[in-house]
Design a protein around this ligand. Structure first.
Ligand code: MTE
Ligand code: MOS
Length: 814
């Protein structure tokens, strides 16, 4: 066992504790960024002027009319920017743009004595636009070759040659929609000037350091002159990894120019129309199998919809390319990726960060090909699992293949799959207008940032004279329970009761140069840093305790606040020890640091070992589909997931449940629509509220949802033997999609391959099952009396329509 992973006696990690802020959350006492401005004086409110075009040049901007509106104090425009007019780090995101690149793009911001005054002021600003042609859909972007950024390829062997020699070759296209984060708390910032023009920004940000950097470059300041604090977020889900920067910069600019505090909080519609979402992807693929159903080769081109600027699109794409294998060994493989530039919001990180999109491709391939190969989908999947010693297509060696195998076995037993498959067959044989499907899918998700440099973290731990402990670390809390885990880590390392330790809000002047709290690595990285800081302090205290108890420092242990020396019957209390140490002039504070060892990644060839380890999971999902409406219900879900030795089991189970449901929402309900017509509203987000964008609600939860943590799952390479949990469970929801596919296929004859759109909304499922049914007719015709005629191909969304004939043609054996 490594020193990092070993747990001491009486460890506080591993205990099932509620979230550290649970009580505050449910009583409304938890403070979020936008709760702060009512406590300040003379606050100004910011409101954007949003462009009503998807693509246009700003040819005139007159702010004078706004200044006559009562309560309007100032209008911020590009002319006001003392530093760099850019909200990102790539120089492609002008904060005050002269070219509008999406419907709703903010061209300037109005500051008012109230939000209402600022809103009226925004209406009064006069903007002239020269409207330009726009590219909206992925299909349009691909046709126009509208791409941005790098176009990397990950490959091994000779996929083309292997495809030529393969016994069975299929090809097809897969398209999947993006997803709106819909965090409960919309983007929020609150900026104040301190003496000397320095600024202090409260921001709902997953990446305080980068928010600080962007604020500094917009204001023309140094990083040391800007402090960013994040109290907590009401959800981030990746949407606050890069997108908060511009909003924070607008607030900070307003504060600098007026000397007054500026509050900026987007309302829901603004948040939906201005901030980036999960990337939709399109994939074109060719796959080869041998006669036993082993994958022999895959060739694929993945195109993501990046929106108007790069943002995080390149790393998201890299993760997608690194996850098209999911859990499967593919000997010869070539996958290429590119990012489309479209006139939409700049699509960004979203839980899984491209991993879900990559995995969806291979699960779609397997789900569509299984019937054509005459192999049950679950058998096809299991047959292709990696074995230890094999490498991924980017060159990382597989070492924990047994974990997936054990999870797969455990799900099979606990979910009673054999019996239920028989029952399901009986149900399907005896029901005319409903079908059930039961699918099992694996997840193997790489943990660490692909970019090696980001895999570092810092912490600052203070022990006060009374023995109480205050922990600062570089991670942010967004509901995922990171702070809970960090409290448990600190209490474990110091050997004190949990109540002795408190957590302070994340701020850049306490822990500098932090990475985003992202890639699920918050606990791994910051846990390592907190542990390091606590060990430094404990090491110093052990010398003091050794002196008092007459034993060598190595023989001192602290458990639950009681200090003892091996072989002596004597003990000291923690508070007593700290008191003694202070008077002996021993430093009671330490800065901790951690970096993940053993990572390497060469992005020029897309090869290396970018991940510290993989998180694994398996889900079995049963659904029922109604033939008349396409409505579906998830009857039962069984999950076994690998979180290592859990740092905090309740938190982890909550993450697994929440991730799964969020993934199921992406795959079955949430349907982002833009106006793709040629009219005035072209490019407008049509689903800009909760009334048109369907999120999972309590009624959409599986009727039975069993979650088990994989046993014997100690992780050598991570803090106290744990594994990251934040994102991987989202991808377990691919089992819902695969179960729906199987339920649709069950309306047709044996061997029916179903091409299911994503999201598989009731409408999409309805057409898919119609198509399967149509296949059941000997002459291939749909009886007009039996249901509506399949829809005509829609030129605006040609890739996402369930085009009936094409689905089978696409898959024609080559
Ligand atoms: N859980 C909650 N409740 N809210 C969130 O915003 N974000 C997810 C995941 N779980 C999120 C969440 C995402 S996208 C990531 S990367 C991780 O939490 C980040 O936190 P961690 O690194 O501490 O796991
Ligand atoms: Mo998570 S998408 O890495 O913030």
């Amino acid at each position: 066992m490594s020193r990092l992973s070993q747990r001491p006696d009486g460890a506080v990690v591993g205990r099932a504790l509620p979230h550290e802020s649970a009580e505050l959350h449910v009583t409304g006492r938890a403070l979020y960024t936008d709760d702060l401005h009512p406590r300040a004086k003379d606050v100004l409110h910011a409101w954007p002027v949003q462009a009503p075009h998807a693509h246009a040049l700003v040819t005139g901007l007159r702010v004078a009319p706004a200044l006559t509106v009562p309560g309007v104090v100032r209008v911020l425009t590009a002319d006001d920017v003392p530093g760099t007019n850019d909200a990102g780090i790539k120089g492609d995101e002008p904060l005050f743009p002269s070219e509008v690149c999406f419907h709703g793009h903010a061209v300037c911001w109005v500051l008012g004595e109230s939000a209402e005054a600022a809103r009226r002021g925004a209406l009064a600003v006069e903007v002239d636009y020269d409207v330009l042609p726009s590219t909206l859909t992925l299909a349009e972007a691909i046709a126009a070759e509208s791409f941005q950024g790098a176009q990397p390829t990950v490959q091994r062997g000779d996929a083309q040659a292997a495809l030529e020699g393969a016994a069975h070759v299929f090809h097809g296209e897969t398209e999947m929609a993006g997803q709106e984060h819909f965090y409960l708390e919309t983007h929020a910032s609150f900026a104040r000037v301190e003496d000397d023009g320095r600024v202090f920004v409260e921001s709902s940000t997953q990446h305080p350091t980068e928010t600080q950097e962007i604020v500094a470059h917009v204001l023309g300041l140094q990083s040391s002159e800007v402090t960013v604090q994040c109290l907590r977020m009401g959800g981030g889900f990746g949407g606050k990894e890069m997108q908060p920067h511009g909003f924070a910069a607008v607030a900070a600019l307003g504060a600098r120019l007026t000397g007054r505090p500026v509050r900026l909080r987007l309302n829901r519609t603004q948040d939906l129309t201005m901030s980036g979402k999960r990337h939709g992807f399109h994939a074109r693929w060719r796959v080869g199998f041998d006669d036993e159903g082993h994958l022999v080769a895959l060739e694929a081109t993945l195109t993501s919809d990046g929106g108007w600027s790069l943002d995080l699109s390149e790393p998201v794409l890299a993760r997608a390319l690194c996850h098209v294998d999911n859990a499967y060994w593919i000997p010869d493989i070539r996958v290429t990726g590119r990012v489309a530039r479209t006139h939409k919001t700049s699509q960004t990180a979203f839980r899984g960060f491209g991993g879900p999109q990559g995995m969806l491709v291979i699960e779609d391939v397997l789900g569509r090909c299984a019937p054509l190969l005459g192999i049950e989908a679950h058998q096809l999947r299991r047959r292709n699992f990696y074995a230890d010693g094999q490498t991924t297509h980017y060159g990382q060696v597989i070492t924990q293949a047994d974990r997936l195998e054990r999870a797969w076995e455990q799900v099979g037993v606990e979910a009673d799959l054999e019996r239920r498959r028989a029952e399901l067959a009986e149900f399907n044989a005896t029901h005319e207008d409903a079908r059930r499907g039961l699918a099992v899918t694996p997840v193997k998700f790489g943990i660490s940032f692909n970019l090696t440099a980001f895999n570092q973290a810092g912490a600052l731990v203070h022990v006060y004279k009374d023995g109480s402990v205050l922990v600062n670390h570089g991670g942010t809390e967004m509901g995922q329970g990171l702070h809970t885990k960090m409290l448990q880590v600190a209490a474990t390392t110091l050997g004190v009761p949990l109540r002795t330790v408190r957590l302070a809000p994340t701020r850049t002047d306490k822990v500098p140069n932090t990475s985003a709290t992202a890639a699920s690595s918050g606990a791994d990285l910051n846990g390592g840093a907190v542990k390091d800081a606590c060990e430094q302090i404990l090491g110093r205290l052990a010398v003091v305790a050794g002196d008092r108890l007459g034993v060598p420092a190595e023989d001192i242990t602290v458990v639950d606040g009681v200090v003892s020396g091996a072989g002596t019957g004597e003990t000291l209390s923690w508070a007593d020890l700290v008191h003694t140490a202070y008077f002996a002039r021993v430093q009671l504070s330490a800065a901790g640091y951690y970096r993940t060892e053993g990572l390497h990644w060469d992005s020029s060839v897309m090869q290396g070992s970018p991940f510290k380890y993989f998180a694994h999971g398996v889900a079995a999902t049963e659904v029922e589909v109604d033939a008349f409406t396409g409505m579906h219900r998830t009857l039962r879900v069984d999950i076994v997931h690998d979180v290592g030795d859990s740092l905090s089991p309740l938190v982890d189970i909550g993450q697994i449940e929440g991730g799964f449901v969020q993934g199921a929402g992406w795959l079955t309900l949430e349907d982002l629509r833009w106006d793709t017509g040629e009219g005035e509203q072209r490019g407008r987000l049509a689903t800009a509220s909760a009334s048109t964008y369907k999120l999972p609600s309590i009624a959409d939860l599986p009727e039975v949802l069993n979650v088990a943590l994989l046993e014997r799952a100690h992780e050598e390479g991570a803090v106290y033997g744990s594994k990251a949990v934040g994102e991987p469970p989202l991808m377990l929801a691919l089992s819902v999609r695969e179960a729906l596919r199987q339920a649709c296929a069950a309306f047709g004859p044996m061997g029916t391959s179903v091409d299911l759109p994503s999201p598989a909304t009731p409408e999409a499922v309805f057409w898919a099952l119609q198509q399967a049914r149509a296949g059941a007719e000997p002459d291939g015709d749909v009886d007009p009396g039996a249901g509506p005629t399949p829809p005509q191909p829609d030129p605006d969304a040609p890739l996402r329509r369930p085009e009936s004939e094409a689905a089978v043609d696409d898959l024609a054996q080559a």
